[in-house]
Design a protein around this ligand. Structure first.
Ligand code: ZN
Length: 247
C-alpha cells in the first residue's frame, strides 16, 4: 500500500473523519506522553481528586502549567496538521477527533467547532464549577503578582487547565459528538495514534462496522492494522502532504 492509495481513498471519500493522536504532534516537537522519555516518565501525573482536594497539588499543577513543563503547548502546527486543515477547508473532512491537548488543529486553521477533543485542551483553563474559560497568560500574571492560586473571576470556584486529568470523568458531550461523526463518515482516517486507549480506540472499529473504510497512518504497527483497508507505517507530515496536497 502506498501514499498514492491513500490519495485515491481520500479522493473517493465523501465524508472523512480524521482521528489524531500523539504521533501527529511529535513532528511538532511535542513529546508523546506514553513513550520512554515522555512526560509521564519525567513527572508524576496529578490526579483529578488530588487537584480538587489538595492546595499543594494545585500549586504543583499550576507551576507545571505556567512553566510549560509538560511541553504540551506553545509549539507550531506541522505539515500533517496543515494537510488535515486543508481536508476540512475543502469540505472533505467533517471533523477532527483528537486525543491531543495541544490546540494545534485549531492553530492550523481548523474551525474550533470542528475539533472534537477527547482529552480536553491544555492551552487554556476553565472553572470546574461554572466552566467559564480563563486564559493562561492572565492567570499566570495574576499568580506571579499575588502568589494566589487561580480562582474563577465569575464564581470564585476552582480553575484548572482544560485537559481531562487522570481520574477525571470523560465529558459526555465530545464522546457523543465523536460517536455521531464516526457513524456518519465513509472514511475514518487515523493519524498518529497507537489506538490503545479505550474508549477512544473504539471509534475506528465502530466506523468499520458501520461500513466506512479505515485508513491508519502511524509510525509503528497498531492493534487495529488487521482491520484497516489501508495501513502506512510512515511519518504523517510527508504522507499527508502527498495525499492532500496544497492547491
Ligand atoms: Zn466559575
Amino acid at each position: 500500500m502506498s501514499r498514492a492509495d491513500l490519495a485515491r481513498m481520500i479522493a473517493d471519500a465523501r465524508r472523512i473523519v480524521v482521528f489524531t493522536g500523539a504521533g501527529i504532534s511529535t513532528e511538532s516537537g511535542i513529546p508523546d506522553f506514553r513513550s520512554p522519555g515522555g512526560v509521564w516518565s519525567r513527572m508524576k501525573p496529578i490526579y483529578f481528586q488530588e487537584f480538587v482536594s489538595s492546595e499543594e497539588k494545585r500549586r504543583e499543577a499550576w507551576e507545571r502549567a505556567f512553566s510549560g513543563a509538560a511541553g504540551w503547548v506553545g509549539r507550531a502546527p506541522n505539515a500533517g496538521h496543515h494537510a488535515v486543515a486543508r481536508l476540512v477547508a475543502q469540505g472533505k473532512a467533517s471533523s477532527v477527533i483528537t486525543q491531543n491537548v495541544d490546540n494545534l488543529h485549531q492553530a492550523s486553521g481548523v474551525p474550533p467547532e470542528k475539533v472534537i477533543e477527547l482529552h480536553g485542551n491544555a492551552s487554556y483553563a476553565a472553572c470546574l464549577e461554572c466552566e467559564e474559560r480563563h486564559e493562561l497568560p492572565e492567570l499566570k500574571a495574576l499568580y506571579e503578582a499575588t502568589g494566589d492560586l487561580p480562582s474563577c473571576r465569575v464564581c470564585g470556584g476552582l480553575v484548572k487547565t482544560a485537559v481531562i486529568s487522570f481520574g477525571q470523568a470523560m465529558p459526555p458531550e465530545p464522546m457523543a459528538r465523536a460517536e455521531a461523526e464516526t457513524l456518519a463518515c465513509d472514511l475514518f482516517l487515523v493519524l498518529g495514534s497507537s489506538l490503545v486507549v479505550y474508549p477512544a480506540a473504539g471509534f475506528p472499529i465502530l466506523a468499520k462496522r458501520h461500513g466506512a473504510r479505515l485508513a491508519i497512518v502511524n509510525r509503528e504497527p497498531t492493534d487495529l492494522d488487521p482491520y484497516a483497508d489501508l495501513v502506512l507505517h510512515d511519518e504523517i507530515g510527508p504522507v499527508m502532504t502527498a495525499a492532500a496536497p496544497a492547491p
